[in-house]
Design a protein around this ligand. Structure first.
Ligand code: SAH
Length: 214
């Protein structure tokens, strides 16, 4: 189950090329995409598609994000080694693994118990150790913050103030914000204690950021 073959490595190299052709330039991000064995994060019926640059179902109505989207969000986060990163929406754990490969300390929250339980069994087995939390990511993790970066991996109807307040000065929140059926990738940078700068980076498609837990 935790098997990573030469064939998988070869397919991963191709995936890195695809993601680079689509515009990802950060060598640390490309390197991390090249290292994480995505096939181990997928449901058995989709394993053969693991290195396609597409999102796939992971159960509980959720998806593993498209590698390009993971790379794009990670590039915008600007992760430094040892930085403390909060991820909202653990899902399959793939994004968390990419951040861990980049040397970040990762705190990740999931609101669906089934996925939360599943990912906690899988990730440590394949060598990834984020800190897992079950709860509503709209609230962030006030007792563990502030963070050097926050990444939201579900489409948010608005930018939650709790997340902005958990950024260190100079840190960024990368969050897809709903506009019609899709989301605008948005970066909120805390430029001082009370000032936030907002930039937008194109349209993406995510599952919705929901309230509460289930
Ligand atoms: N980062 C994931 C993407 C999973 S899809 C990956 O790499 O696979 C988005 C995830 O966000 C889903 O698992 C969904 O259950 C979760 N989610 C949605 N709303 C949430 C919330 N308010 N708090 C925490 N997680 C949430």
């Amino acid at each position: 189950m935790v098997h990573d073959s030469l064939r998988h490595k070869g397919m991963r190299r191709k995936l890195v090329e695809t993601v680079a052709e689509k515009g990802i330039t950060d060598p640390l991000v490309l390197d991390a995409i090249g290292k994480v064995p995505r096939h181990l994060f997928m449901e058995s019926s989709f394993v053969k598609f693991a290195y396609k640059d597409q999102a796939f179902p992971i159960g509980a109505g959720q998806t593993i994000s498209q590698p390009y989207t993971v790379a794009f969000q990670t590039q915008l986060l600007d992760v430094a080694t040892n930085s403390k990163i909060l991820e909202v929406g653990t899902g399959s754990g793939y994004q968390a693994a990419v951040l861990l490969e980049m040397g970040a300390q990762v705190f990740t929250i999931e609101r669906q118990r089934e996925l939360y339980v599943k990912v906690q069994q899988l990730l440590p087995k394949i060598g990834y150790q984020p800190r897992f939390f079950f709860g509503d990511g709209y609230k962030g993790l006030p007792t563990y913050g502030p963070f050097d970066g926050i990444v939201v991996t579900a489409g948010a109807p608005y930018i939650p103030d709790d997340l902005k307040q958990q950024l260190k000065v100079g840190a960024r929140l990368v969050i897809p914000v709903s506009k019609g059926e899709h989301q605008v990738m948005t970066v909120v940078e805390r430029v001082s204690e009370n000032e936030f700068d907002e930039k937008q980076y194109g349209m993406f498609s995510f599952v919705p950021l929901l309230k509460g837990t289930s």
